[in-house]
Design a protein around this ligand. Structure first.
Ligand code: HEM
Length: 119
């Protein structure tokens, strides 16, 4: 499948490296406070959020920095093997990531929730 010229990548569309760094900062801040995930990440390297931002950025069409400098997909996969990640932990990880990504710039004032008696 080829994109039309000028079509932004998902990486560009989502705000590029800056947005991904903010996302992983917020996300791992919440992970470390979450009772299900905190034990999994107890020994987490301080650079981990940055590495995940690079890895996600590459998958979404950004620069190949994670592959070129940090071991790429094989290294990423190896960091998970043998950790015995449970379905509950996997699911919480995804939920917290989606919550962290859900940082709208608009307010309810523009699109208030529907009220049954309002109209
Ligand atoms: C699509 C989903 C995921 C992606 C893209 C991802 C990405 C990554 C990457 C890129 C690394 C290596 C970072 C580095 O090079 O330093 C990593 C490590 C790790 N990941 Fe994931 N991950 C995912 C899912 C999960 C889940 C579901 C869990 C657990 C619930 C998890 C737990 C960990 C842990 C504990 C490490 C090692 C952290 C450290 O010791 O620094 N990951 N992940």
């Amino acid at each position: 499948m080829s994109d039309k010229p000028g079509t932004p990548s998902v990486y560009e569309w989502m705000g590029g490296a800056d947005a991904l760094e903010r996302l992983t900062d917020v996300f791992y801040g919440r992970v470390l406070k979450d009772p299900v995930l905190a034990p999994v990440f107890a020994g987490m390297d301080a650079r981990h959020p940055h590495h995940v931002a690079l890895g996600l950025g590459e998958v979404f069409g950004g620069p190949d920095t994670y592959s070129a400098r940090h071991g790429g997909h094989a290294h990423m996969a190896s960091r998970h093997l043998g950790r015995h990640i449970t379905e509950e932990q996997r699911r919480r990880w995804v939920d917290l990531l989606l919550d962290a990504a859900d940082m709208p710039k608009w307010e309810w004032g523009q699109t208030p929730p529907w009220q049954p008696d309002a109209g």
